[in-house]
Ligand binder design. Structure first.
Ligand code: UTP
Length: 465
């Protein structure tokens, strides 16, 4: 590495400050920094920083959108038959080993403020099962039910990769064969301050952040995980995010609709609680299927209503997708690029004395791609409505909305409903909430089945099933 040349290059791009502590660094520190500088794409960082500082938004606010076709929740006997047929097709695909699962767990979980990969967070309302364990037990149960391989790919990021792998090892892969789980690391990008300067978070280290969950489409391919899925005969990939405790992994009805519809990419949506719920909306933009971020949806569209008073753009995306393996391959082989979105964050930085400062205020921009931006690139998209209490409760914050508290409450409510349907008695308060925390292992019941032994019994506090 020619240090002088690198220095000059950085200066040419207005990033000469990256070398401001260089002369006082140890040989190892110099090597660290140089390794990072060599791999930087100065052109791209400069372009993104420039665009965002000028206020550009590559995801332009959606002025013109139209309603898209959505498979609604069943209301009629005909709808139920439609869903039964889809389920049968999905179950057949599972039995035939056509499904794989892919978890994105590379995020930094800043809102939760948990020190470590979010998947380690112990969310179980009674057992304190971690998010990773809950997902793993669901996968184990599906493999057992359908006697299928259901290979599991997991995307981490530089910051949490080693710790995530260690966590799986220390927990014996939660009973799954270690070779049925593969990890890959997503790409990272440097954060820049509000003047477009790349942030150093230590004298010898550039602050890098993962490139968003959209990075999964490349990481899955570049790491060989897609090939691994293919070698096992799996062509239908269930994509999910680490923080949704309720999601029904590899839901056969969803898989069936996706296959019957011949889709490249599918998504699940639910009815938004109100016009401003912070979820992206599924609609047609420029005639193509798209998820429009809540921040890019003008108020007049968010609030638009049908003659019967219902929201016109009601369909909130909950980041559950199915991807056809050939679609992911085609994207990668055609050199696709998803648009970058910016996020303003509080990022650690070094002050003039070389000390690391952790600011409370936002001081930098990060750049991320979103997986749903692949929807307009798909030849065919199928969108299926689901029920909130069945499929969606994300752990985003420590308290308040979409928090640890609401996720535990939603788990207790779901398990209580299942038990009630099986004939158990659930003590409830005046507002109808289940009083006693209860938790059911996915290894016992995935969808409310196998709970007959609880018929006629009252569910006491802290029940573990
Ligand atoms: P979020 O967008 O909620 O981000 O991620 P986050 O990092 O978990 O939390 P905050 O915003 O810092 O509080 C949704 C899902 O996408 C994954 C996350 O791990 C989570 O499963 N993700 C996000 C990645 O895998 N990589 C990323 O770069 C960003």
């Amino acid at each position: 590495m020619d240090v002088l040349e690198l220095k000059r290059k950085a200066e040419r791009y207005g990033q000469g400050h990256l070398f401001r502590f260089f002369d006082s660094l140890s040989p190892a520190g110099r090597e660290n920094l140089l390794r990072q500088v060599v791999s930087l794409d100065f052109d791209m960082v400069g372009r993104l920083a420039g665009e965002f500082m000028r206020g550009a938004n590559p995801a332009e606010p959606a002025e013109e959108i139209e309603e898209a076709d959505i498979i609604r929740l069943p209301r009629t006997e005909e709808d139920m038959q439609r869903d039964r047929k889809a389920r049968a097709v999905g179950e057949e695909a599972l039995r035939a080993g056509r499904a794989a699962v892919f978890l994105v767990a590379g995020g930094q979980g800043t809102r939760l403020g948990f020190d470590g990969p979010k998947g380690e967070f112990e969310i179980g309302p009674v057992t304190k099962r971690s998010l990773f364990r809950i997902h793993a037990e669901k996968i184990a149960a599906i493999r057992r039910r359908y006697r299928c391989a259901l290979p599991w790919g997991i995307m981490t990021s530089e910051a949490n990769d080693a710790r995530t792998r260690k966590y799986f090892e220390n927990n014996g892969f939660f009973g799954l064969p270690a070779d049925s789980v593969r990890f890959c690391v997503q790409e990272s990008l440097p954060a820049v301050d509000f003047h477009g300067r790349i942030v150093l978070d230590a004298p010898d280290h550039i602050h890098m952040s993962p490139n968003g969950h959209g990075g999964s489409l490349k990481a899955m391919y570049a790491s060989g995980i897609l090939e691994w899925f293919a070698s096992l005969g799996a062509d239908t990939i269930y994509y999910f995010q680490v923080d949704n405790v309720l999601l029904r992994i590899a839901d056969p009805t969803f898989i069936g609709h996706h296959i019957l519809g011949g889709a490249d990419m599918s998504l699940k949506v639910l009815a938004k609680k109100d016009p401003y719920e912070k979820v992206g909306v599924y609609a047609l933009k420029g005639g193509k299927p798209a998820v429009i971020e809540y921040s890019d949806l003008p108020a007049k569209l968010a609030e638009a209503r049908n003659p019967d008073g219902s929201l016109k753009y009601w369909a909130g995306s909950i980041a559950i997708h199915l991807l056809d393996a050939s679609f992911v391959r085609r994207l990668n082989e055609s050199g696709f690029a998803l648009p970058y979105h910016k996020a303003e964050k509080a990022v650690p930085f070094v002050d003039d004395t070389g000390r690391t400062v952790k600011p409370r205020e936002k001081n930098a921009l990060k750049f991320e791609t979103f997986v749903f931006d692949a929807l307009p690139l798909a030849r065919r998209v199928i969108c299926v409505e689901t029920r909130r209490w069945d499929d969606f409760s994300p752990v985003k914050n420590a308290t308040g909305l979409d928090s640890v508290e609401t996720a535990r409450r939603d788990m207790i409510e779901l398990y209580s409903r299942w038990l009630e349907a099986a004939g158990a008695k659930i003590p409830r308060d005046e507002s109808g909430r289940a009083i006693n925390p209860v938790e059911i292992s996915p290894l016992i019941s995935l969808e409310g089945e196998n709970l007959e032994p609880w018929r006629g019994r009252e569910i006491g506090p802290m029940t573990v099933i």
